[in-house]
Design a protein around this ligand. Structure first.
Ligand SMILES: Nc1ncnc2c1ncn2[C@@H]1O[C@H](COP(=O)(O)OP(=O)(O)OP(=O)(O)O)[C@@H](O)[C@H]1O
Ligand SMILES: [Mg+2]
Length: 1004
C-alpha cells in the first residue's frame, strides 16, 4: 500500500477559512472546552435564555463554521432567504442542514431538493443519520419513503409537480433547500428550478446552494425580486488549495505555474489581491513545447528548471506496480499509458485520483489496460474489504444477470483498486464504485464528465487526459468553466492538505492554453427557461392567463433579457445623442441637407445596383456567345487577355460549371483556352474555315497553315455582323434605371444645398449620421424583440393550445360577467383534455397529450403501451446509420406509426406558430422495451438493442424514464371506458418494466 505521507504537508500556503470574530477563542484548548460545554448543554437541553438556533446548531457540529457559512445561516435565522455560491467542497450543505434544523425547531417542514436521484439518496441517508428515519422522508420518481415526514428529500421535479398539483404536503412548509441550483442553466431540466422558485408560496424561505458563478449578484438580485429579502453569500475560498500540474513523458510531473502562492491562486484557492497579476507559466513547459515543435529532442541538456517542485513520476524509473506494460522504450514525447499515469500518481502519493476520459468506451478500456499492465493498488486487507462490500451490494442479483453485466471482470478491477464510472453502468454498480472510492479502497477511477455533475466523490487528484471532448456532434475544447468544475473534485476537505489537477502532455499542447483554462474560473449562470405546454395549462388553470403571463415575465430568463435590454437601451440612447450632434454638424444654411444627402445616397445605391446588373448581363452575354461556338469558327475576342481573332479548335462545351472553355488558335499561332474571365465581351463569329480532322496542334506547320486560312477567310467575309442582342442597353444598365438616375441627378443639382461651399464637409457628417441611424434602428429592433420575449412565447403556446382545444375561450356571456371587462376578452379556461395535459411533465408533453386524446394507446396491452411510451421518451445517442431498427409489428406497429403521424402534424402546427418544434419520437427502443415487458432476459434485450450502443445502465435509465411516463399516462388517461383501459394497461406496464435490473438498481 502506498504510504500516506504528504510530501508537501508543511509547504502548503496558509489558507485557513476566515474566523468568525464573535465566537473565536484564540487558545485552542479554551476553544475546545467551550465547544464541549456547548455540546453538553445542547444534549441536556439546558440552553440559556436568548441562545440562538444557530448556536444550538453549531454545538451539534464536529467542526467550526467558516465565515461564509455563518453569514448564510444568520440570514436564514433572521428570516431571509439566501443564495450561497461557493466552490466544490466548500461546505454549502451545512447551510442547507441549518435550514432543516430551523424548520424542525420552529415546527415547520423543510424540503431538501437535489437535481439527481443519486444525490437525493445520499442526502436522505445523511439526514436520516442526523435526525432519525421517522423524521426524514424521500421522494424521487422511483421511491416514496415517509413522504409526510417534516423533512423530505426530493428531486426538484417532484417538488414542481407537487406545486402544480397543489399537494396537501405543502402545508406547513417553511424552508426549501435547493442544492446545486446552478442546474437552472441546464438546457433540458433547468426550467424546473425556475418554476419552483416562481411558484413556491411567498412565505417559504429558500436556501439556494450554487457552484461559484460570475453573476451570483445578478442571480441574487432576481431572487430578491421574486422571493423578497434574499442575502447573497459568495465565497471563492477553496478550503483545500488546488495545484496545477502537467504530466509529461520526458520530465514526469511538472508544475504548471511557477511561484507557490501564485500557483495556488491560479487553482482558485484564494481571492487574488491583485486582479491582474496572472501567475507565470512554468518555463520548463514552454521549453518542452518549443523542443517538441523543433522535432522532439530526446537528447541534450535538460531545459531550464522553472518549477521548484518536481515529483517522481513517469519516467525516470519504471513504476513498481506495472507488471508487464512498462518495459517498452517509447519515445519520450508520446503520452504515457494509463497504467503508467496511475502508477506515477501513486509514486507521487496523489491517489485516489479521478481521470476524466470523456468516452464510456475509453473508461472501460482504461480499466482493462490497467489490468493488463498488472497494476495493483490494493493490499490483501483492502481486497477482502472490497469483496465484502461488493458481495453485500450485489447479493440479490441473479448469476445469469451478473454474467451479462460483466460482474466478474468488474470485481477483478475493483479488487485491484481500479474502476470505471459512467452512465452506461448499472446504477447499483456505480454506487458501489462511489462508496469504495470514498472509503479509499478504489484508488483510480476513470470517469466521463457526468461524474462532475453533483455526485459527491472528491479525490486527491483529478487527471484530464485531453482538453477536448466529443459532445455527440463534434469535438469541442473544454471551457474554463468545465475545467474548473472537473478539477474542482480534487482535494478532500479534512483529508487532503491540497488537491491536484493534472493535465497529460499531448503532442501540440500549449502550456499557455492550459494556464488560461486553469486561471479563469468563473462563468455566468444563464437561464434556459421557456414556457412549455404543460406549464401553460397548469398556470392558466391556477391563476388565469393574464396573471400567468405576469408571473412568467418575472422569470430569471426575462430578468436577464431585461438587463441586457437595459444595456442595449443605454447604447441606443447614447447613439441617439450622437445622431443629434451629427445632424447639427451637417445643418446647412441653404436648405434641408438631410434631404439632399438622401438624394445622393439614392443615386449611389442605384448606380451600384446598375453596375452589379451590368456585370451580370455581360457575363450572361459572354457565356451565351461561347456556348454557340463550333469547330472552325473564326472569332473576334473583344478585349481581355485574349483580345484579337482566333480559330476555334474545340468548343470545350462540357468543361464545367463556369461554362464552356473553347480551345482556340490565336493570331499569334498559339493554342489557348478561352474562359469567361479572359473575355471582356461577347465573342463574335466573323467567318468559318475547315479544320482538318487530323489537325495536330503541336505541328508548327499545321498551325501556320490554319492561321493563314483564317486570315484569308476574314478578308473575304462581309463587314462583320454584330453579335445578336448586343445593341440594347449597351452600357449594361436597364433603361428605366438610367432614367431614374438621370432624374435624381437633375433634382440633386436643383437642390439649394448643392451650391453650398461647405457641401462636401456637410456630406461627410451626413454619411456618418446615416450609418449610425441604421445601426441604432437595428438596436431598437433587438430591444423590441427581447422585451417580454418570454410572455410572447407563452402567448404563442396558448394560441396553439387554443387551436388544439386544450384551452378554450371563456364563453361570451361569462366574459361579460367578469368585473374586469378589459382582460376578460383575453381570458381562457382549461378544458378537460388540458387538465390531463397538466399531468404530463415529459419533454414531449403536448405530443403525449395528443396521443392520449387520439386514443393511440387504446386496445394495447401492457407491453404494447410500454413500447409506445418508450418511443415518446427515448433518444438514441447517435444517428442511426444503415438500416433502421426492427420495430414491433401488428397493433403496436400501427400505434407507433400513428404517433409519428401525430408528431408530424404537431410539428407543422408548432412551426406555424413560431414555436420550437417537438423533437421526433424515436422508435428504436420500442421492440426491446416490448420484449423486456414481456419477460425477456437482460441478455436477449441487450442483444436486440445492439445497434443502439446501449449499456446495461443506459437500458435501465430508459426503462425508468419510460416508467415515469407510464405513471403519468396512467394519471392522465380519461375516465371513460377507453381511458380506464389505457390506465390499466399503463399500470400493468409499470409493473412489467420495473423488474430485474430495473427494480434492483433502486436503492432505498
Ligand atoms: N466548517 C467546516 N469545517 C470543516 N469541514 C467542513 C466544514 N464545512 C463542511 N465541511 C466538510 O466539508 C466536506 C464538503 O462539504 P459539502 O459537501 O457541504 O461541500 P459543497 O460545498 O456542498 O460541495 P459541492 O459543490 O461538491 O456540493 C464535507 O465532508 C463537510 O463535512
Ligand atoms: Mg453540495
Amino acid at each position: 500500500m502506498p504510504s500516506r505521507r504528504n510530501r508537501r504537508g508543511g509547504a502548503a500556503p496558509e489558507r485557513g477559512p476566515d474566523l468568525d470574530p464573535e465566537v473565536d477563542v484564540v487558545d485552542p484548548a479554551a476553544r475546545f472546552a467551550a465547544a464541549r460545554a456547548r455540546a453538553q448543554a445542547a444534549k441536556e437541553g439546558r440552553l440559556a435564555e436568548g441562545v440562538t438556533e444557530l448556536e444550538r446548531f453549531r454545538a451539534s457540529l464536529p467542526f467550526r463554521l467558516d465565515d461564509f457559512q455563518v453569514r448564510a445561516c444568520r440570514a436564514l435565522e433572521e428570516g431571509r432567504g439566501v443564495l450561497v455560491a461557493a466552490p466544490t467542497g466548500a461546505g454549502k450543505t451545512v447551510v442547507g442542514e441549518f435550514a432543516v434544523h430551523l424548520a424542525l425547531a420552529r415546527g415547520r417542514k423543510a424540503f431538501y431538493t437535489a437535481p439527481i436521484k443519486a444525490l437525493s439518496n445520499q442526502k436522505h441517508a445523511e439526514l436520516v443519520e442526523r435526525h432519525g428515519a421517522d423524521r426524514v422522508g424521500l421522494l424521487t420518481g422511483d421511491v416514496v419513503v415517509n413522504g409526510d415526514a417534516p423533512v423530505v428529500v426530493m428531486t426538484t421535479e417532484v417538488l414542481r409537480n407537487m406545486l402544480y398539483a397543489g399537494s396537501p404536503a405543502l402545508a406547513g412548509l417553511g424552508y426549501v433547500v435547493m442544492d446545486e441550483v446552478h442546474y437552472l442553466a441546464d438546457r433540458f431540466r433547468g426550467p424546473v428550478w425556475e418554476e419552483v422558485i416562481l411558484h413556491l408560496p411567498q412565505d417559504v424561505r429558500i436556501a439556494s446552494l450554487s457552484a461559484t458563478v460570475s453573476n451570483a449578484e445578478e442571480f441574487g438580485a432576481w431572487l430578491d425580486t421574486v422571493r423578497g429579502g434574499t442575502e447573497v453569500v459568495v465565497s471563492e475560498v477553496r478550503p483545500v488549495p488546488l495545484w496545477q500540474h502537467v504530466l509529461t513523458g520526458r520530465d514526469g510531473l511538472v508544475d504548471l505555474f511557477v511561484g507557490e502562492a501564485d500557483q495556488a491562486v491560479a487553482g482558485g484557492s484564494v481571492e487574488r489581491a491583485d486582479g491582474d497579476a496572472r501567475p507565470q507559466v512554468n518555463p520548463e513547459l514552454t521549453a518542452l513545447a518549443r523542443d517538441e515543435q523543433r522535432g522532439g529532442r530526446t537528447t541534450g541538456s535538460p531545459p531550464p528548471r522553472g518549477g521548484r517542485r518536481r515529483r517522481g513520476g513517469y519516467p525516470p524509473h519504471r513504476p513498481k506496480h506495472a507488471g508487464g506494460g512498462g518495459a517498452d522504450a517509447r519515445p519520450s514525447q508520446r503520452p504515457p499509458s494509463r497504467a503508467h499515469v496511475v502508477a506515477a500518481l501513486d509514486d507521487a502519493d496523489l491517489l485516489p485520483a479521478i481521470t476524466f476520459v470523456f468516452s464510456r468506451n475509453g473508461c472501460d478500456a482504461a480499466v482493462r489496460q490497467c489490468m493488463a499492465a498488472g497494476l495493483r493498488l490494493t493490499t490483501p486487507e483492502d481486497r477482502l474489504e472490497i469483496r465484502a462490500v461488493v458481495e453485500a451490494a450485489c447479493a440479490d442479483i441473479p448469476d445469469t444477470d451478473l454474467a451479462v453485466l460483466g460482474y466478474w471482470e468488474w470485481l477483478e478491477g475493483l479488487q485491484r483498486g481500479v474502476a470505471a464510472h459512467h452512465a452506461g453502468l448499472l446504477p447499483r454498480f456505480k454506487e458501489v464504485v462511489e462508496e469504495l472510492f470514498s472509503r479509499g479502497l478504489v484508488k483510480a477511477v476513470f470517469a466521463t464528465e457526468t461524474l462532475a455533475l453533483g455526485i459527491n466523490m472528491p479525490a486527491r487528484s483529478v487527471v484530464l487526459e485531453k482538453l477536448v471532448k466529443y459532445d455527440g456532434e463534434k469535438h469541442a475544447d473544454i471551457t474554463p468553466g468545465e475545467y474548473t468544475q472537473l478539477t474542482g473534485r480534487a482535494g478532500r476537505r479534512g483529508i487532503d492538505v491540497e488537491g491536484h489537477a493534472v493535465v497529460l502532455w499531448q503532442p501540440g499542447i500549449d502550456p499557455e492554453h492550459v494556464a488560461g483554462l486553469a486561471s479563469r474560473r468563473l462563468y455566468p449562470l444563464r437561464s434556459r427557461f421557456r414556457p412549455t405546454s404543460n406549464m401553460a395549462v397548469n398556470l392558466v388553470g391556477g391563476v388565469g392567463r393574464g396573471r400567468a403571463r405576469e408571473i412568467l415575465e418575472t422569470s430569471f430568463a426575462q430578468f436577464q433579457a431585461d438587463r441586457a435590454v437595459v444595456g442595449l437601451a443605454r447604447r441606443a440612447r447614447t447613439q441617439e445623442e450622437a445622431l443629434d450632434g451629427y445632424a447639427e454638424a451637417m445643418a446647412c444654411h441653404l436648405g434641408d441637407f438631410a434631404e439632399y444627402a438622401a438624394l445622393r445616397r439614392r443615386i449611389s445605391e442605384l448606380e451600384k445596383e446598375g453596375s452589379r446588373e451590368a456585370t451580370r448581363r455581360r457575363r450572361a452575354e459572354v457565356l451565351s456567345s461561347l456556348e454557340g461556338l463550333q469547330v472552325g469558327d473564326v472569332v473576334r475576342v473583344p478585349g481581355g487577355r485574349r483580345a484579337g481573332t482566333a480559330v476555334v479548335l474545340d468548343p470545350g462545351a462540357d468543361a464545367g460549371l463556369e461554362g464552356p472553355r473553347p480551345t482556340v488558335l490565336t493570331e499569334d499561332r498559339e493554342v489557348r483556352r478561352l474562359q469567361l474571365q479572359d473575355v471582356a465581351g461577347a465573342v463574335e463569329v466573323l467567318a468559318r474555315v475547315r479544320v482538318r480532322r487530323d489537325f495536330n496542334a503541336r505541328d508548327a506547320g499545321a498551325r501556320r497553315d490554319l492561321a493563314g486560312a483564317a486570315r484569308a477567310a476574314l478578308a473575304e467575309a462581309d463587314p462583320p455582323a454584330r453579335p445578336r442582342g448586343r445593341r440594347r442597353g449597351e452600357d449594361g444598365r436597364g433603361g428605366d434605371a438610367v432614367e431614374t438616375v438621370e432624374a435624381l441627378r437633375r433634382e440633386l443639382r436643383r437642390h439649394p444645398c448643392h451650391g453650398c461651399p461647405d457641401r462636401e464637409q456637410h456630406a461627410r457628417w451626413a454619411e456618418r449620421w446615416s450609418r449610425l441611424r441604421q445601426e441604432t434602428d437595428g438596436l431598437v429592433q433587438r430591444i423590441e424583440g427581447r422585451t417580454s420575449g418570454i410572455a410572447r412565447v407563452f402567448d404563442k403556446v396558448c394560441d396553439l393550445l387554443l387551436e388544439l382545444g386544450y384551452l378554450a375561450p371563456v364563453a361570451a356571456d361569462e366574459a361579460a360577467a367578469e368585473p374586469d371587462g378589459r382582460r376578460a376578452v383575453d381570458e381562457v379556461v382549461v378544458t378537460p383534455a388540458g387538465r390531463r395535459l397538466g399531468r404530463v411533465y415529459a419533454e414531449k408533453d403536448l405530443l403525449v397529450a395528443q396521443c392520449l386524446r387520439e386514443d393511440v394507446l387504446a386496445g394495447l396491452d401492457g407491453p404494447g403501451v410500454a413500447a409506445v411510451a418508450s418511443a415518446l421518451v427515448f433518444e438514441a445517442r447517435r444517428e442511426e446509420v444503415g438500416t433502421g431498427p426492427r420495430t414491433p409489428s401488428g397493433v403496436v406497429g400501427e400505434a407507433l406509426r400513428a404517433v409519428v403521424g401525430l408528431w408530424s402534424e404537431l410539428e407543422d402546427r408548432e412551426r406555424a406558430h413560431g414555436l420550437t418544434p417537438t423533437s421526433a419520437p424515436d422508435v428504436g427502443l420500442a421492440l426491446p422495451m416490448q420484449r423486456w415487458a414481456r419477460g425477456a432476459s437482460l441478455q436477449e434485450v441487450l442483444d436486440e438493442a445492439a445497434g443502439l450502443e446501449l449499456g446495461a445502465g443506459d437500458f435501465v435509465r430508459w426503462c425508468k424514464q419510460t416508467v415515469d411516463l407510464l405513471d403519468q399516462l396512467a394519471g392522465a388517461a380519461g375516465e371513460d371506458p377507453r381511458g380506464r383501459e389505457v390506465r390499466a394497461a399503463a399500470l400493468d406496464a409499470v409493473d412489467r418494466v420495473r423488474r430485474g435490473v430495473v427494480a434492483y438498481s433502486v436503492v432505498t
